[in-house]
Design a protein around this ligand. Structure first.
Ligand SMILES: Nc1ncnc2c1ncn2[C@@H]1O[C@H](COP(=O)(O)OP(=O)(O)OP(=O)(O)O)[C@@H](O)[C@H]1O
Ligand SMILES: [Mg+2]
Length: 93
């Protein structure tokens, strides 16, 4: 259902690049429920945002329900995102 392969994401900080997600690979089977745990700043929210490509990975691929999201053009990506639910950590809106 969900597959990440060697996904990495860095942010450009003033002291240089900061790697928030470093070479993560995982699989979630249909119907399975998983939790992501880690200290504050470990990269949990960034990892979730990489799954629906609100953050674009620097490296690696994201596949959801057979669609290689990291290769989709923007219009198709928007369509696929309509099928992926997410509750934001700071849901100000
Ligand atoms: N857009 C961004 N620009 C720069 N740094 C960022 C950005 N987003 C996240 N970071 C940094 O990446 C790291 C991981 O952040 P993230 O929000 O994914 O952590 P988290 O595990 O969800 O933390 P928390 O438990 O506090 O919610 C942190 O050091 C954070 O400051
Ligand atoms: Mg978070």
């Amino acid at each position: 259902m969900l597959s990440l392969s060697q996904v990495s994401k860095s942010f450009a900080l003033k002291d240089g690049p900061y790697t928030a997600v470093d070479n993560v690979s995982l699989e979630v089977k249909t119907g399975a429920i998983h939790g992501i745990i880690g200290a504050s700043g470990a990269g949990k929210s960034t990892l979730l945002r990489l799954i629906n490509l609100l953050e674009r990975p620097d490296r690696g691929t994201v596949t959801v329900d057979g669609k290689l999201l990291t290769e989709l053009p923007d219009k198709e990506l928007r369509q696929q995102r309509q099928r992926i639910g997410m509750i934001f950590q700071q849901f100000n809106l």
